[in-house]
Design a protein around this ligand. Sequence first.
Ligand code: GDP
Length: 644
Amino acid sequence: MRVYELAKKLGCPSKQMALELRELGIEVKSYMSSITAEAAQEVLDLYAKKPAAPPPLLKEISITDPITIGELAPKLELSPANLIKNLLDQGKTYTINQHLSGELAKEIAEGYGFKVKEVIPLEEVEMSLVEEAEAAEDLKPRPPIVTIMGHVDHGKTKLLDAIRTTDVVAGEAGGITQHIGAYKVRVNQGEVTFLDTPGHEAFTAMRARGAQVTDIVVLVVAADDGVMPQTREAIDHAKAAGVPIVVAINKIDLPAANKDRVKQQLSELDLLPEEWGGKTIFAEISAKHKLGIENLLEMLLLEAEMLELKANPDKKANGVVIEARLDKGRGAVATLLVQDGSMKVSDPIVLGQYWGRVRAMLNDKGQKVAVASPSTPVEVLGLSGVPQAGDAFFVVDSEREAKQISSKRQSIHREKAAKVAHRLSLDDLYRKIQEEGIKELDIIIKTDVQGSCEALKESLEKIGSGQVKVKVKVIHQGVGAIKESDVMLASASNAIIIGFHVRPANPDVKELAEKEGVDMRMYRVIYDVTSDIKLALEGLLEPEIREVIIGLVEVRQLFKVSKIGAIAGSYVKEGKITRGAEARLIRDGVVIYEGKIASLRRFKEDVAEVATGFECGITLVDFQDIKESDIIEVFTTEVIPKKL
Ligand code: GDP
């Protein structure tokens, strides 16, 4: 055995071990020296007789994230005033009620010689107020919560309507359908809850806000049209969320219906029907003629059974805000979907930043209900403000507690308002891999043509990152400009977006990406993509060349001049444009050309520069195929010096 190994075994520094061995008369040259088994045993025996090591000097504390100075000070055995003063001496200004991030609080505590055992997110602390110990026998099956997705016009809305009318209780109760954002239907075998906003956009927007509501996705595919772009998107969005898919082949009443083709197409996308040896449930329906609806509902209950969806109806409720608004006569109104527990009239609740005492609950038939059990959507009155869709809600013990939590959340919200959410980015990927142990890098790729989509996906997924062992996974790929739903998917899945010969579809998309903190990168060469990702995985990516967009121009009219070619009569929408500058031509979000501005004219005069709000004539170097409403992006590249 070597000295350092023995030291490690006994939990003492190698140097001390070496000295002790020498005192025992054992020859030791370095920590690497070997010692005999007898000598090692001698030391082990000696240590066994030694009194137990004194307790560690560091005091252990746990903190919440965030935490106020007022809450942190007593943990550090200081008065808040002292803590504030000490921080001020270090040049940091804080007030007693200001919130520190868990990370910063930890740093401060360690500075005072405390060991921070755990940093608990505040929401968990709050949630633990409602979490009661529950035994397995308390859990009862609950209805599945279902979202309908699919391509436009494939019949999502029609299906939601058809399902609503199959409700066996609807007729007898005589209620009038209310659109509150979700509804529950009862069929003979059980109940199913549907979210009323179909499509993957709403689904992923909720997820980006941290709410996972849906248990099963029904993918509607029209039998006459087959798999279309939004069908693929829906599949990727559901998969990224890990939610199982049940396929509904719709419009089987049409003569052009081709069910087998749909099955074939979906099989290629990993949705293999059970009858073909796969695992995916397929139902054939006609939403218009209400055919096969009951069967679809049965299939959903079957899938739910396999998922073993359970909740405890006997505890205090928690769940998600589905939608909320300010009603003229009734004040703040929200539709809450109970995910666990049961909610009763007069329960005190916290929703997002607000609180309330449930004054009345109405179901989707406009009827008053006294108790809402798991998977039940209800419209709730009696709230202090309008929460956001996707906010979590939970019932607490008292109105006082509800108010306290809500006011704390509001102050955190005010402090946070200016900050941008930060998702994963290539620049800090390596740090996150090291610190947070990220195992997978999720990527969304958008390209100009299908061919490069496949090629890019293949080369990306091939990147086996030697030491760090991070898997690169393309969670969604598509052709065309980058859209809002791509950004939301990236936000919800902590993925980055790679645009290959494409751009964001419009300025709103770029703005959304900035707001959501989503890293969006544009490339022109596959090698550059793979090399950047490789470098980022190894922590070696350095931003060296940055593109700066200096102007945006819209082509309004075209002139063909025999000797010169195509002159684009254009309008400078943003920034400015200069002759000889680098430029790219974008059509429907796809980069068509990249080169330089050849000439720039105003009223037949050559000019060097044209500013925002002015019109001008532009020609591009070696490029004639300009069309009306093309966008010309003018940019320069800046070289950022390497950090030493
Ligand atoms: P969504 O965009 O997916 O919500 O589609 P809609 O529910 O609005 O339906 C689009 C169109 O398809 C409408 O004109 C419907 O009447 C029609 N449609 C929906 N389901 C069926 C069906 O089962 N058979 C036939 N023939 N038409 C249908």
